[in-house]
Design a protein. Structure first.
Length: 356
């Protein structure tokens, strides 16, 4: 079965093992719709595999429902539009059929994140924290911008204050309930934005407390590695998901982080270049860990000195280091996952056997 996912409805196509379409169905994105889809698909026989687009977004609810009913789910990439449109046109039915064929041919064999444990909790909290940090930055910028056009006396009083002091002063303004002039209105606006900044800071601190606890519970061994703090550990955990064993090897994890070297040799020149693909948040996390280790870790400094003597540039050395760090992180994530039961362990084995 292949499913083209949308916000309010999904379109599914079922085909047999010879690639012949057996039927098509459109269902709403509700529990009742998911149940109807499963009953309809099983009416044609045993559903071996279901290829779902966007298992981390629009297809997340359907993927969870299918796995709960015992149907193996694989992640299907959305078709490359230029080639796909030129050759087949574009419709929900065509996309669903393409997803089913990708599953049938083995082109789509990636097990999606299970999203049912502490890592999913971390991902949700990090999304809320990221939004709060962005809003706080906007509030701080607005405070500084409002001072530019503020009345001269108020501007002279607040000018040059750091953001935290400006917030503390502006939050205690008492302009009255009904401003009568420009200065009173400006004080009222500054107080409003400053209190918003304080509320967001409190929200961020509360989220940080919960994230530190969850990350420490999910992967204490990861935090024990040099140069890895709560923020970077959370980034790498979210990348791998609650079931990091879905990644077939540490090379797959390195490619997902964008730190696998890409060969760029020509003639007698043998070299590798930077990989600009992969998850950029995870790539940045590994980069920062590398920078910290180069400044504080004895083994890393010895490695840098040895490779520098061999003629390697700083950036080439950092690319090698990030690849080594990715290998180290993957082994820790895998050992943490195998120490607890994985809800998708059996599913991944079914998927690999069926595709084979």
């Amino acid at each position: 079965m292949g499913v083209d996912t949308h916000l309010d409805f999904h379109v599914a196509v079922v085909m047999d093992r010879l690639g012949r379409p057996l039927g098509e169905l459109k269902v709403p994105t509700t529990k009742k719709g998911y149940g109807e889809l499963v009953r309809w698909a099983e009416g044609f026989g045993l559903v071996a595999l279901a290829g779902v687009e966007g298992t981390g977004s629009y297809g997340a609810g359907l993927a969870r429902h299918l796995k709960a009913t015992g149907i193996a789910v694989v992640e299907v990439e959305r078709p490359k539009r230029c080639l796909h449109l030129r050759r087949n046109g574009k419709s929900d039915s065509i996309d669903a059929e393409s997803a089913a064929r990708a599953v049938l041919t083995g082109e789509a064999a990636g097990v999606p994140k299970s999203a049912d444990g502490k890592v999913e909790m971390i991902r949700t909290l990090r999304a809320a924290r990221r939004s709060a940090v962005k809003a706080r930055v906007q509030a701080a910028n607005l405070l500084q911008a409002m001072l530019v056009t503020a009345p001269e006396q108020l501007r002279h009083h607040l000018r040059g204050l750091p953001t935290k002091e400006l917030v503390a002063v502006a939050a205690h303004f008492r302009p009255g309930s009904d401003p009568e002039d420009v200065e009173a209105a400006t004080r009222f606006a500054l107080r409003s934005v400053a209190r918003r900044y304080e509320a967001l800071s409190k929200e961020i601190a509360e989220l940080d407390t919960r994230l530190e606890r969850l990350v420490a519970e999910a992967a204490p061994e990861l935090l024990a590695l040099p140069g890895i703090g709560t923020n970077h550990a959370a980034t790498l955990l979210v990348l791998a998901g609650d079931n990091p064993d879905r990644l077939k090897s540490e090379a797959s994890f390195a490619s997902l982080c964008g730190v696998s070297p890409i060969e760029a040799s020509s003639g007698k020149v043998v070299r590798h270049r930077l990989n600009r693909g992969g998850n950029r948040d995870a790539n940045r996390a590994l980069h920062m860990v590398c920078v910290v280790r180069m400044g504080s870790d004895r083994r890393t400094r010895e490695y840098v000195a040895r490779r520098t003597a061999e003629g390697k540039s700083k950036w080439e050395i950092m690319r090698c280091l990030k690849r080594y760090i990715a290998r180290e992180v993957y082994r820790v994530l895998l050992s943490s996952a195998t120490s607890r039961p994985s809800p998708l362990g059996s599913v991944s084995r079914v998927v690999e056997a069926d595709v084979a």
